[in-house]
Each structure stands twice: as structure tokens, then as C-alpha cells.
Design a protein around this ligand. Sequence first.
Ligand code: GMT
Length: 378
Amino acid sequence: MNIGIVCYPTFGGSGVVATELGVELSKHGHSVHFITYSQPVRLDLLNANVHFHEVSVPEYPLFHYQPYELALSSKLVDMVKLHQIDLLHVHYAIPHAYAAYMAKKMLHEEGIILPIVTTLHGTDITLVGSHPHYKSAVAFSINKSDAVTSVSQSLKDDTLRLFNITNEIQVVPNFIELKRGDHEFTDCQRDIMADENERIITHISNFRPVKRITDIIHIFNNIQKEIPAKLMMVGEGPEKEPAEMLCEKLGIADKVIFFGNSNEIDKILCFTDLFLLPSETESFGLAALEAMSCGVPVISSNTGGIPEVNIHGVSGLLSDVGDIADMTKNALHILKNDDILKTFKSNAKAESLNFDIKKIVPLYEAIYESAMEKCISI
Ligand code: GMT
């Protein structure tokens, strides 16, 4: 199949999922075309089956806002015709599902049928999409997609609660490519980051307010009062600077390392003992799953889709949003005892196997097949 993938090419979870899905589909013999405004950050492999087509938006001074949706839908039309793309899989409803529907209508005028599969990722529904300024267009493009998937049951429930949805939504969870054999990262170099007696705690995100970054700093501050520990903060975003200032104020700046965005997530997770994810809302929590797949237990909030990934008492422990005291208590429970830590580590890894990419990609392939059949039969 020739599959077009539209996504945000950034470090965000939706872009990572779209990229890794595309790469895996290419290994199944599909020809995959990424159509986006820059090459996805996790896409280091372009080959005979993996292609990248850049959407450029020329600047014009008349426009206060440059019309990205217009440029994207035009590019989609051109690429579908040039590469005989059979189906478009768009990740993140705004504005991708909307632009894809416009492309579908334009192609229809020329007798070309283009099935659209839309995957909802979270903030396109919960934070941004349900805003009154976008709501009608988001509902419209979800209802006009030929197939719709959401990354968790919780996100499906949110979508049905927030929008007037007439289309079916299928839950296809996010996934992880489990590293096996030669590809597994083993050269941890832990001693560069911390002393042998120190526990290493990590957080990875886009440092937006929804991640409750200051909760992480307060939880870590409480932990390091009880046991020797270091905190690794990975990512870039608006809450990074306030977090750095809070560390200075609390006198723990020497124990907290801010990495910025990193392509060496596996290396950092390899020497991590505990992952913190106290988010306000999270449709899935891909970063938690990535940690679990490296054998790192997770202390998280119990919001949104997180409980579908981080199993309380098994792969980690969950608390109410903002309950810093409970998250501290839970973190210390795991970190203070070598045997408990070891059990949580192996449970975390075992739980992550439920999200093996090899189990999930066939679900998308089946959805593609039925979306194509549905379009042909209309
Ligand atoms: O977490 C973010 O702010 C980024 C956002 C994105 O669109 O990349 O993440 C969302 O999609 C991820 C992949 O499906 C999920 O793992 C995240 O939980 C979800 N974020 C939120 O719901 C806040």
C-alpha cells in the first residue's frame, strides 16, 4: 500500500508515534510518505520505502497568519497524484484532519478516491480542539474521516463527551518498539551522571503547563531530603525556566540536570531508577511507556489514559493530580528498598510488552483495509 502520513514533526508524542508507525509500516513492505513542514525528528531513515515531502508556506505580508492548512491540502493533492498514494493517515486532528478532508474533496473532483484515517492524540481534543474557536471544525473533520482512532479509551470517552460525534471511534493504543538483542542500549555510563549511592529520577516532556513541572521539582526536593538522588529533566518548553529558578530557590540546582531536547532518550532511561509524570491531563503518556520499556517504574497522576498504561502497584504508583505528598511517599516506597525497586523495574518492563509495536501495527493495517473498502463501496 502507498500510505501518506501527516503529523507534527516535533519531539511531541503524536509525532513520535506517527514516525515510528511509518517506519514499521515500511518494514511490512508499504511505501510510506511523510508529508509535513519538516523532517520528523525521529525519522533518521529515508530509504526506498520511506519518503519525506516538505510542506512549505511562503511568507506573504498581507497575511497576519500564514495559511498552513491551504499549503498542506494542496501538497497532499499533489503528492497523492504524483506517488499514487492509496490512503492518508493523519495524526492530530488540528488542522491535519481538516486539511486532509479538503484534499479528499479536491481529488474527488478528478475522480480519485482518497480514504482518510484520523488518529486523535489528546490535546487536539482535550485542550485545544474543544475550544469554542475550533470545536465545530474539529467535530466536522472527525465525522468526515473514513476511520477514526484514539490512543486510549479515556480519550475516546473525552471525545464523545466533548463533541457531537456520529462516527465510530476505535481505540488503538500507542506502542513501543521493544529493543531486543544488539539494539538494546546497555552502555549506561551511569557514573557520569550520579554517584553509586544516588538514585536517578527522570522526567521527559515538552515542559508545557499541563505537565505540572513545578510538582516534579517539589517531589524531587522532598525525595532528596530523605535519600541521595539526582533529577534528569529532558525537554524544552515554557515551564523550563521557571523550573530552573525554583531549583535555585530550593538550593537543589546542583542535583538537577536540564538536558534540553534529546535524541538519546534510551541512554538516559538506561540509568534511570524512577520516572515522574504528574500531568494535569494525559491522553496516554507515551513518555511513561518509553520509560517502562527500559525497565523504569513510573510515579504518575491517575488522570486521563495514564492508568491504562501505568498499572497501579505493578509498573508504578498513581496519585491524584497535584498530590505532591502522596507522590513523594510513593516514590520513596519504591526507591528506598532495593528489592522493591527491582520488582517494580521488572514489572514495568513486563507491562510494556502489552504495547509491542508488532501487536499494534496490524491493527492499523486492518483499519486501512476496511477504510479503503468502505470508500470503494460508496
Ligand atoms: O503531551 C503533549 O503535550 C504532546 C502531545 C502530542 O500531541 O504530541 O501528546 C499527546 O499525544 C501523545 C501521543 O499519543 C500522548 O502520549 C500524550 O499523552 C498526549 N498528551 C496529552 O494528552 C497532554
